[in-house]
Ligand binder design. Structure first.
Ligand SMILES: [Zn+2]
Ligand SMILES: [Zn+2]
Length: 172
């Protein structure tokens, strides 16, 4: 018994010699099986675009084709195509969901600032009325320290007008 060649794409065995191998590997059936195998890793959108380009009219219209497996055009059933459509749909939805969660994880600086301004206005009306000539900064304790007693003085906000009474000197 000579060596056998097993083709995994076609699930077929045959005597292994250069000419039978070449025959098989260049055969339409093998090429089709090989393509189907790689198609399963391809983007469904790409497959569908391929299908629409090379659809077999005979198979499409009658469900039959005289060429059978040797036909050079696509014999994809409408069900299979509908499946691909669904896959594409799902993929797009997944991508959109991913994009959404990404933007939630990486909020923009503008979004953060506008949120902060709103929060400050709703919590402390004084921030809204800063235009009455007093442009000294307002200090407040961070929320994490509000409940603490015995806060070291260095962490406490400075008394009002501490800085406005200082003699400001130019550097250099
Ligand atoms: Zn093969
Ligand atoms: Zn056909």
């Amino acid at each position: 018994m000579g060596k056998r060649y097993y083709c995994e794409f076609c699930d077929k065995q045959f005597g292994d010699n250069p000419s039978s191998r070449k025959n098989h590997l260049t055969g339409v059936y093998h090429q089709r099986m090989r393509r189907l195998y790689y198609d399963s890793f391809k983007d469904p959108e790409v497959i569908l675009a391929d299908v629409e380009k090379g659809i077999c009219r005979a198979f499409q219209n009658t469900g039959e084709c005289n060429y059978g497996d040797r036909c050079h055009y696509t014999h994809m059933t409408n069900e299979h195509r509908a499946q691909l459509q669904q896959q594409i749909q799902k993929k797009r939805e997944a991508e959109n969901a991913k994009k959404k969660s990404k933007s939630e994880l990486n909020p923009s600086l503008e979004a953060w600032l506008s949120k902060r301004v709103k929060k400050m206005k709703s919590e402390d009306p004084r921030h809204c009325s800063q235009s009455d000539g007093d442009d000294s900064p307002q200090y407040s304790l961070p929320p994490s320290l509000l409940g603490m007693t015995n806060i070291p003085p260095s962490l406490l906000p400075p008394p009002a007008n501490t800085f406005s009474s200082l003699d400001i000197q130019e550097w250099g």
